[in-house]
Design a protein around this ligand. Structure first.
Ligand code: FES
Length: 277
């Protein structure tokens, strides 16, 4: 059942942190639910405002919703709010409101082969789409996942990357780290150059990418070189989402508000915006 504070969308629902998992030294997954289940239903790529009283609030992508069991947020420590969030313990209450943003076009991608390309914490929003594809496996073709991080320790969701996802039907997982290190015998190098090495055929495929801006820039160039059309490439500008409701004026590019029209766009749509993204 959809549950939200429909009369006042700015009012958070209080949820309990039911589990916390260390993903890396600076990324933790928080699993939350209210007494009734999850406070609202989200689609892959949507975000929610998480509030920690009295510290503040921040917009984070929901990295998975497990039915009415929990919402999962994978949150990287990057400042005061996230530092404080990382100190909370299981059983503590926090606020969440949402969902915000358009999310990934899961229906438009049905029948296509999917290529997911992520760097660092950029896997968190893509993971919701990846898991959605696995849940609705018959609706999607071959799935390829390319993920990279600075080091082995910085790779998020290792159990899924190395154990669960490679066992899914018709699925290939490619992992790389930026620099060689002891104990790592996998691929070494940046995501865009690994992508060019793999050279996945664009026929019938949708590429979805999220990561640091510099990675996205070179991934988009590589995809173009490989023959992907602008309509075949999707990304999310979720880092721009602040208030999520067109009020703060901090997400606009030209006259467009990323929070109202996005944050998910295909490259053809992005090319119509001033080149500030
Ligand atoms: S995020 Fe505040 S106006 Fe878009």
């Amino acid at each position: 059942m959809h549950q939200c504070n429909c009369e006042n969308p700015l009012l958070p629902t209080i949820v309990e942190v039911v589990d916390i998992k260390d993903e890396t030294s600076d990324v933790k997954s928080f699993y939350v639910k209210s007494e009734e289940g999850v406070p609202f239903n989200v689609m892959p790529g949507q975000l929610a405002m998480v509030s920690l009283i009295p510290v503040g609030e921040g917009m984070f992508s929901v990295s998975w919703q497990e039915e009415q069991e929990y919402l999962q947020f994978a949150i990287k420590r990057v400042g005061l709010m996230t530092d404080e969030l990382h100190k909370i313990e299981v059983g503590q209450k926090i606020g969440v409101r949402g969902p915000y943003g358009n999310g990934f076009p899961v229906e438009d991608c049905q029948g296509k082969d999917m290529l997911f390309i992520a760097g660092g914490i950029g896997l968190a929003p893509l993971r919701s789409f990846i898991k959605y594809c696995f849940k609705h496996r018959e609706d999607y073709g071959k799935i390829q996942i390319l993920y990279g991080s600075r080091s082995y320790d910085d790779l998020c969701f290792k159990d899924e990357l190395f154990e669960k996802w490679p066992q899914e039907k018709d699925t290939e997982v490619y992992v790389t780290i930026d620099n060689a290190e002891e104990g790592w015998d996998g691929h070494v190098g940046f995501v865009p150059s690994y992508l060019e090495e793999l050279n996945p055929n664009p026929a019938g495929k949708i590429a979805v990418t999220c990561g640091p801006p510099i990675m996205i820039k070179f991934v988009l160039q590589a995809l173009e070189k490989m023959g992907y059309s602008d309509e075949q490439v999707i990304t999310t500008l979720e880092m721009r989402m602040k208030c999520g409701i067109g009020k703060c004026g901090r997400c606009n590019i030209g006259s467009q508000y990323i929070c109202l029209d996005g944050p998910v766009f295909n490259l053809a749509q992005l090319r119509e915006l001033p080149p500030e993204w």
